[in-house]
Ligand binder design. Structure first.
Ligand SMILES: N[C@@H](CCC[C@H](N)C(=O)O)C(=O)O
Length: 333
């Protein structure tokens, strides 16, 4: 509502909030606080974003419906702000559902919460599958999704879990990428890396994004509960042996089909779970002769079931949950 101090109110036929100021120039108007609030919300709406927040084992993401254009609706800087847990929505990353690129259903892109763009996200693609299924009003089905890591295929299972065909791992050190040298069948397996005065045996695996997996020094196997993850993680992430930086998984073996793992993620730090990291963990465990081809990986946010047949199609399969937390609309600054 406008308080009008003129009798020429007939000039004032506002058609939209943004026109109020110019349409009413001829009259002297004093907006009430309520009007100001309305004008500000309208301005915000012009620059606002609809989103859904999902989580997979506590690894949480802001999902954006970007299916009607290829340009991302959110910049890297805006993603950093949206992911802020105090001044934004709060998340480990922002994920975009994009129009199909060739013979697929959708494409997916992502920003980590530091604004960097990874090639793939395992927990994220389970969330994306539920997000698009909810928008499409679909029954459980399998999607073909193009990512910067190639074709990934999540399938919605009747029990609500999502099983993802993650494709085959890449083990050639140059392609991971790592400067650590191949030690076994063209792969960097248990290669020592000096960090903070300790020699860590590292096995390097790409699931489209780079991972360095360690079970700890031979004389001091990892116990995840007592690992100083926040202190150690950044040394691995930024070590020169990893030219594209790395995600690092620290693994405690419970038995040949069951491990505990904690992760320091590239571009996000400590997260409650990492899907690609759980896949890399099983691959590393098989290569090091520690694990069977099927394994439960317990993460701080809960368990993932992983399977990798190192013979045959060599694809890794990951099964776990993905859930909607809330949906809303936010002003983009
Ligand atoms: N949490 C994700 C991985 C997200 C990307 C990662 N931080 C990177 O930069 O490679 C997962 O569940 O895989």
């Amino acid at each position: 509502m406008l308080l009008r101090h003129s009798s020429s109110a007939a000039h004032c036929q506002p058609r939209s909030g943004s026109r109020l100021a110019t349409t009413c120039q001829a009259t002297q108007t004093f907006p009430t606080p309520a009007t100001l609030h309305q004008q500000q919300s309208l301005k915000a709406q012009a620059n606002s974003l609809k989103f859904s927040k999902y989580q997979g084992l506590g690894n949480d993401f802001i999902l954006v419906d970007n299916r009607h254009q290829r340009d991302l609706l959110v910049t890297a800087t805006q993603a950093v702000n949206l992911c802020d847990r105090h001044f934004g929505i709060g998340a480990d990353g922002v994920i975009f559902a994009l129009p199909p690129d060739g013979d697929v259903d959708y494409a997916m892109r992502m920003f980590n919460n530091d604004g960097s763009e990874p090639e793939m996200c395992g927990n994220g693609i389970r969330c994306l599958a539920r997000f698009v299924a909810e928008m499409d009003g679909d029954v459980p089905r399998r999607y073909r999704v193009h990512t910067l890591a190639g074709l990934i295929q999540p399938e919605l299972l009747p029990d609500g879990q999502v099983c993802v065909d993650m494709g085959p791992p890449t083990l050639c050190p140059q392609a991971v990428p790592t400067t650590l040298e191949a030690s076994q069948d063209g792969a960097a397996v248990a290669v020592p890396l000096q960090i903070e005065g300790t020699s860590w045996p590292m096995t390097c695996v790409s699931m489209g994004n780079p991972h360095a997996v360690t079970f700890g020094p031979a004389d001091s196997p990892i116990q995840v509960a007592s690992l100083p993850l926040a202190q150690l993680g950044p040394h691995f992430e930024t070590h020169p042996a990893f030219p594209a930086k790395t995600n690092t998984e620290f693994v405690e073996v419970l038995d040949r089909g069951h491990v505990r793992m904690v992760v320091w993620e590239r571009g996000a730090g400590i997260t409650l779970a990492c899907g690609t990291g759980a896949c890399a963990t099983l691959v590393a465990g098989v290569l090091e002769g520690r694990l069977n081809n099927v394994c439960q990986v317990d993460l701080p946010g809960g368990p993932l079931q992983i399977e990798w047949q190192d013979k045959g199609n060599r694809h890794v399969y990951m099964t776990g949950p993905a859930e909607l937390v809330f949906a809303g609309q936010v002003a983009l600054k």
